[in-house]
Design a protein around this ligand. Structure first.
Ligand code: T6T
Length: 314
């Protein structure tokens, strides 16, 4: 499967989002709604979800919006909720837009928030996410090492209103404010579009030709930042630290366009998400909040066991 060999999933029942796998126990149905489809972070999470579901003998269906967009994700949640699965694992696209729909869904299903969360998560039996504030601070620490003399630094983010990336920006901004050798030129939003992130790099380099570093808060921001730096012929002149460790990020590390990536543990988030869901369904205690770790991957540890284990499914 995509989880172990890197080849695309074609045979799994839920890749089509509908037909249940008849070999698993049919009593308990769990739905997993990704933040966006085609994102190696959620592809890895799906691997963890499927492995846990198989081990615990529950059915799982997987779907997600074509783009990171609460207006696309909400109707998916509504239609999934109408089928009354015993539990829904979801990475909400927005802290406020998904609040009411999730309150409704919680009337039918146990809700587990994976990766992202909402303004009032009290409707959920569990929230599982990385230490995103810590990850933002770690990104700045990596930039300090890469640029010991300091200078201008930019953040490229998805969009405001996403719990994970908002927390990464917060952790970064708190850290950069403590170091007067850096000039923070602000955050710009690429809306999860690599081409948009590349444009931001181009325009920022025109305005700040001495730019020293970029923190890209997620996979698609980092992918586009790397493209922008390459197109500007600024490889190695501007240091990039990104969140996430999909195949494109690994290529960028090898090319030298990106210097460090913060790999989350999406497989574990998905695996533990199903464990929490099944516990809730069975009336067993759940953990309200679970924080998963991260690994900073650079060319120094990429080929080590630790570095390889941190990479996302392809
Ligand atoms: O960085 C992850 C995830 O944690 C974030 O909430 C959204 O973007 C990613 O899925 C990467 O694209």
């Amino acid at each position: 499967s995509a989880c172990s060999t890197g080849t695309p999933t074609t045979t799994d029942s839920a890749s089509a989002g509908s037909t249940p796998d008849s070999s698993a126990a049919a009593d308990i149905n769990i739905a997993f709604i990704q933040g966006v489809i085609g994102d190696n972070f959620y592809i890895s999470m799906e691997c963890g979800v499927r492995d846990a579901a198989e081990e615990l003998g529950v059915e799982v269906s997987v779907q997600g919006p074509q783009k990171w967009d609460p207006a696309l994700q909400q109707p998916i949640l509504t239609s999934v909720s109408a089928t009354k699965p015993e539990a829904i694992l979801i990475a909400p696209n927005d802290v406020s837009a998904l609040q009411r729909p999730l309150e409704e869904a919680a009337k039918n299903s146990k809700i587990v928030l994976v990766d992202t969360t909402i303004e009032d998560p009290s409707i959920a039996v569990s929230e599982i996410a990385s230490d995103n504030v810590g990850g933002g601070a770690a990104a700045f620490a990596a930039i300090q090492e890469l640029v010991p003399d300091g200078g201008q630094v930019l953040v490229i983010d998805n969009q405001p209103g996403i719990s994970t990336s908002d927390a990464r920006v917060q952790g970064f901004e708190e850290a950069v404010a403590e170091d007067s050798s850096f000039e923070y030129v602000g955050v710009q939003y690429a809306k999860n579009q690599p081409a948009e992130a590349a444009n931001i790099v181009t325009s920022t380099l025109q305005r700040y030709p001495d730019l020293k570093a970029i923190f890209a808060t997620n996979l698609f921001s980092a992918e586009g930042a790397a493209t922008g730096i390459e197109q500007a012929g600024a490889t190695g002149k501007v240091q990039i630290v990104g969140f996430d460790a999909g195949p494109a990020q690994v290529d960028a590390l090898k090319d030298g366009t990106v210097q460090a990536v913060i790999a989350q543990q999406p497989y574990d988030i998905g695996y533990q998400g199903v464990q929490q869901a099944v516990a809730a369904i069975n009336g067993e205690p759940t953990e309200a909040k679970i924080q998963t770790g991260f690994t900073i991957v650079t060319m120094e540890n990429l080929e080590t066991e630790e570095g390889q284990a941190a990479l996302y499914a392809s």
